[in-house]
Design a protein around this ligand. Structure first.
Ligand code: NA7
Length: 539
């Protein structure tokens, strides 16, 4: 099938954002092309096939809301969906809405240049194609540019190496092998118990311990599926109005104004429920006050001590260098218990730093470890990495990478001054990673689609954030972020996991609900903070 070289919109990425954006623009009658590096849809859930990969938002909430029929037809099987099930869901959506015919797979966008005279973008791919488009929508994902550890010898190691975000499709059998996992974020925490169940010896190299809560995953009962389906509309409305895209009872008290017994009972209730947000959302000040935060942190450390038999190992696994919630917390199944097995070893890289890989394994400042396989669970150049990897040039051929050299700058995390008609779905400085991603994706996609329809209906050709609006948003995001504990952690939210990356809090913590209201109000007020210009009349 031949695809047009000139379209209304190009979408980069066919994950949950790109898929819905395509569907929406089609409904509005815009000609659209999508480019996707993988050979199938699903984005994050296409790439991250590592053992144990699972969403930490409940399945019936982590799903599209735009189609009530889809919502009613699809049946989730577990409280927390595993990667294969989410990928099947994405593939089902692509089939159901016949999305594939406008997606060009196995093709990476390498550059995009704005032609000021024609007010159009020229988008180039690694297969040598150039597409001319009025609108360019980046649906490239927040956690899609993977990173390896910055140590020498990665090519020297003679055994097998894997990154969790590029896992072989058929899986890997570690039976009988000496395996290392480097990294203990969500990907490490989820994969370690399963790799341990196969490997002869597993050595985990930990730089910073995570706070992980027991997921208490389980099959969904038919009755709870039916109940949710009966009240789905109300539930979706509550998601959209909530802080994190997950409805929870709003906190009303400070953690410090209640007795220790009351607090502990509350944390225990949250723990028993096995959700990510319940503990940190339990009191108003857990993410804002270090002392309040410490009460929740210590509750989780106590759980670690209960789950790990060796007190020294438990202490090494206990985070002490940052407030709970300020690095992404994890949900796990048997993570801490895995360290009770005699063939599982923990190496604290804070005490004995990683020196590099050798021909036979991993070297730290103290020891060398002979290995058959090394798994890098070392994360991503988050939020900006996938955008700055593409040579995007706006007015005056200014590169986005250059513009963002001291941190991302945008209006609402959606549009960038100097880059007309460019949109970033769940871009930096929007709620994005601090929320249920699908809720934030839907909100952005709908806002962008409405904006494009508005331009067309009013004979307008471009939309661009004003410099004043952008400056104001950058200052607001920083101010709101600085009122929290987030900047106290070295996290990927702050860019601190990538050497040389500017240390800036890259998400908006104002809350999904208030952010949505603001975006809607801005659109209703003639796209306040945006310059809209009449469409060029064809010569
Ligand atoms: P994360 O959460 O960024 O975790 C990466 C882990 O790898 C983390 O423990 C890092 O330690 C560690 N790391 C990274 N670079 C190195 C080097 N050079 N040496 C040693 N250790 C290193 O990525 P994930 O894939 O686990 O999870 C990403 C998100 O997916 C997750 O938050 C959920 O939103 C879903 P550090 O903490 O930087 O000291």
């Amino acid at each position: 099938m031949t695809h047009p070289r000139e379209v209304d919109a190009v979408i980069v990425g066919a994950g949950f954002a790109g898929m819905y954006q395509l569907h929406r623009l089609r409904e509005l009658g815009f000609t659209t092309r999508v480019f996707e590096a993988g050979d199938g849809v699903g984005g994050t859930w296409y790439w991250n096939r590592y053992p144990g990969a699972r969403c930490d938002v409940e399945s019936m909430s982590y799903s599209y809301s735009f189609s009530p029929e889809l919502e009613q037809d699809w049946e989730w099987t577990e409280k927390y969906p595993a990667q294969p099930e989410i990928l099947r869901y994405a593939e089902h959506v692509a089939d159901r809405f016949d999305l594939g015919r406008d997606i060009t797979f196995e093709t990476r966008v390498t550059s995009a240049a704005y032609d000021e005279g024609r007010e159009r973008w020229l988008v180039t791919t690694d297969t040598g194609e150039t597409v001319d488009t009025q609108f360019l929508i980046m649906a490239t994902g927040c956690l899609s540019a993977s990173k390896l550890p910055e140590v020498p010898g990665l090519d020297r190691f003679q055994g097998q190496t894997f990154h969790t975000a590029h896992w072989p499709r058929g899986g890997v059998d570690f039976t009988g092998q000496r395996v290392a996992v480097i990294g203990t974020g969500s990907s490490g925490v989820q994969s370690i118990p399963i790799i341990a169940s196969q490997a002869a010896e597993l050595t985990v190299f930990q730089r910073t311990p995570a706070f992980s809560l027991a997921a208490r995953n389980r099959p969904l009962e038919q009755s709870e599926i039916d109940q949710m389906k009966a009240r789905y509309r109300d539930w979706r409305a509550a998601q959209r109005a909530s802080g994190f895209g997950v409805p929870i009872e709003p906190a009303t008290k400070s953690a410090l104004e209640v007795s220790e017994a009351e607090r502990t009972a509350k944390y225990q209730g949250a723990w028993d429920g096995g959700t990510l947000t319940a503990i940190i959302g339990g009191y108003t000040d857990i993410l804002a006050d270090r002392e309040a935060n410490e009460t929740a942190a210590e509750f989780v450390r106590q759980k670690i001590r209960e789950r790990v038999t060796d007190p020294q190992v438990a202490e090494t696994l206990s985070p002490r260098s940052y407030p709970i919630g300020t690095k992404r917390p994890c949900l796990d199944t048997n993570y801490y218990e895995t360290y009770n097995q005699p063939h599982v070893h923990l190496v604290d890289l804070r005490k004995t730093p990683l020196v590099g890989l050798t021909e036979t394994g991993v070297a730290t400042s103290e020891d060398s470890y002979d290995l058959d396989a090394v798994v890098f669970a070392t994360g991503f150049d988050a939020m900006t990495g996938a955008l700055t990897a593409i040579d995007i040039r706006g007015r005056g051929a200014v590169a986005l990478k250059e513009k963002w050299s001291e941190g991302p700058r945008s209006y609402l995390g959606l549009c960038v001054t100097g880059f007309p008609n460019l949109f970033t779905i769940t871009g930096p400085s929007s709620p994005s990673v601090l929320s249920n991603m699908i809720v934030s994706i839907e909100q952005h996609v709908e806002w962008v689609s409405d904006a494009l329809a508005h331009l067309r209906q009013n004979g307008l050709g471009t939309i661009e954030a004003t410099a004043e609006a952008e400056d104001g948003w950058v200052a607001h995001v920083e101010e709101v972020g600085n009122a929290t504990l987030y900047p106290q952690a070295d996290s990927w939210y702050m860019g601190s996991n990538v050497p040389g990356k500017p240390r800036v809090f890259m998400a908006y913590i104002g809350g999904v609900g208030p952010y949505r209201e603001l975006c809607t109000e801005i659109a209703e007020n003639g796209y306040r903070g945006f310059a809209l210009t009449p469409a060029l009349t064809p010569a």
